[in-house]
Design a binder for this molecule. Structure first.
Ligand SMILES: [Zn+2]
Length: 476
């Protein structure tokens, strides 16, 4: 303490510091972007000056800013949140409406479609939009359908005769109208969408990321458009050890491999093995996209037989029977999961998945019980980034329409909160998730205090203010 006053003082407010053993503190001071002091006694007089911002909210609480270890920021900039109704009828109506609004020659483009694309083909899309290029992309980014004019515009008529692209993420990302990059306003808006929900740090897990994608995100960050702390996962075929070595050390940068249920063959085995070797050589984590049971079993089989493994993150683990959890614990260093899907996408699961398997969907409590390090992410814009709702969904297991997906799975409040703060930061290699002296002063003021509310009701908690590096940030 050199006598300069703090930038921020939190007093008379329960402060959840993110220390597993620690009781909530009542006082915190921050200066020059970092936490200066945390404690149980009010020391405002020792730290505050005329320009110090004060938080005093006895009915609320202050938490570490939320960390989202798996989202797709550039896609969020482009698409915003998914809004299309998930019925074929809704899709047809929406396409016709878009067509009326689209000038001749321009594309009818529906990204972020959240329903079933199984029945949609090139000829069906031709009937709905006969006179303009048209493309529908699923919200997961893992499937797209194009009409004849769109295929012709991209030179893909022979490559995708029925207009359907499944699992080829590169081509799915390119199946879009030509246009300039996103505007500054769109980038700022996407960053604020996250800040409004308390997300002060995130990792971009887009499977096609390469050096140019990092350069662009880092530039947005440097210009203050994206004030959050950021990390990134990269496609193994877009980077090499030399390039990765130039980035900061640790888990903030890693590799990402996508396994598709339809493509679990020798080539997939080789790609996963090669990516694991590259990750080990570069001392980087390897994130493996395992959305369902087939991909999970395949990944455990391939990675489990490697003599030496890198740090392994399994992304999603959307289906896992309890009997498989010990194998996950043996092979994976962490699981990055999306319990928010139980809420946002759960009604679809109830239609497509047989009831006996519902408790196996996004089974966070099972994974925690097996001793697996777990981090909660949104996968935005596949689902909205809303950490408190995700945590509530994790324990509640109730869909958007109010239906259950198996029994509730209680998790102690401090453990639960850590999944979207401290644990997420550890897995993503981001300096965040704890409010201890020296740590970045990234924090959120919420109301009411989560420790005074049953976790199933955490979706009711309101974010009052967000601070990055000890400074309040605008979220409107
Ligand atoms: Zn994702």
């Amino acid at each position: 303490m050199d006598g300069r006053p703090a930038d921020l003082v939190v007093r008379d407010t329960p402060i959840i510091v993110g220390d597993p053993a620690g009781a909530p503190a009542r006082f915190l001071a921050a200066r020059d972007g970092r936490v200066l002091a945390v404690g149980h006694h009010d020391r405002t007089r020792a730290f505050a000056g005329p320009d110090t911002v004060e938080v005093a909210n006895p009915a609320g609480a202050v938490l570490p800013g939320f960390v989202d270890p798996h989202l797709h920021f550039a896609t969020l900039v482009r698409l915003g949140q998914p809004t299309v109704r998930p019925t074929a009828d809704g899709l047809a109506r929406r396409l016709r409406r878009e067509r009326r609004k689209t000038p001749p020659g321009a594309w009818v483009f529906l990204p972020g479609y959240d329903g079933d694309l199984d029945g949609l083909t090139r000829s069906a899309l031709d009937r709905l939009v006969p006179d303009r290029p048209a493309a529908v992309r699923h919200a997961t980014g893992h499937a797209a359908v194009l009409n004849s004019l769109a295929l012709r515009a991209l030179g893909w008529t022979a490559r995708y005769p029925d207009g359907r692209i499944v699992g080829r993420l590169d081509d799915i990302a390119r199946a879009a109208p030509p246009g300039p990059g996103p505007s500054e306003a769109a980038v700022r808006k996407a960053a604020r969408t996250l800040l409004r929900r308390g997300v002060t740090a995130f990792s971009d897990a887009t499977a096609t990321n390469g050096p140019a994608d990092w350069a662009r995100l880092a530039d947005w960050h440097a210009r203050g458009l994206v004030p959050q702390r950021i990390g990134m996962l990269f496609a193994p075929d877009r980077v090499d050890v030399t390039w990765l070595d130039r980035l900061s050390a640790g888990r903030r940068f890693g590799l990402k491999v996508v396994l598709e249920p339809a493509g679990l063959d020798e080539a997939a085995r080789r790609a996963l093995t090669d990516a694991a070797a590259l990750a080990r050589a570069a001392r980087r984590p390897l994130a493996v996209h395992v959305p369902d049971l087939e991909t999970l079993v395949f990944a455990l089989d391939v990675l489990g037989t490697l003599p030496l493994r890198p740090y392994v993150r399994l992304e999603h683990v959307g289906v896992c029977p309890p009997s498989l959890a010990p194998d996950v614990a043996r092979v994976a260093d962490a699981v990055v999961t999306q319990p928010g899907f139980l809420y946002w996408r759960g009604d679809g699961y109830r239609r497509r998945v047989e009831p006996a398997l519902w408790p196996w969907l996004y089974p966070s409590a099972t994974l925690l019980g097996a001793g697996i390090r777990l981090a909660v992410s949104s996968d935005a814009p596949v689902a909205p980034a809303d950490p408190l709702r995700s945590l509530s969904a994790l324990v509640r297991r109730v869909t958007r329409s109010g239906a259950a997906l198996g029994p509730p799975t209680p998790v102690p409040a401090a453990t639960l909160l850590a999944l979207a703060t401290r644990e997420a930061a550890v897995v993503a290699g981001l300096e965040a998730g704890r409010l201890v002296p020296g740590a970045p002063a990234d924090l959120v003021e919420v109301e009411p205090n989560p420790l005074a509310l049953p976790p199933p009701e955490w979706d009711q908690i309101r974010i009052r203010r967000v601070f990055l590096a000890g400074r309040p940030v605008e979220t409107d």
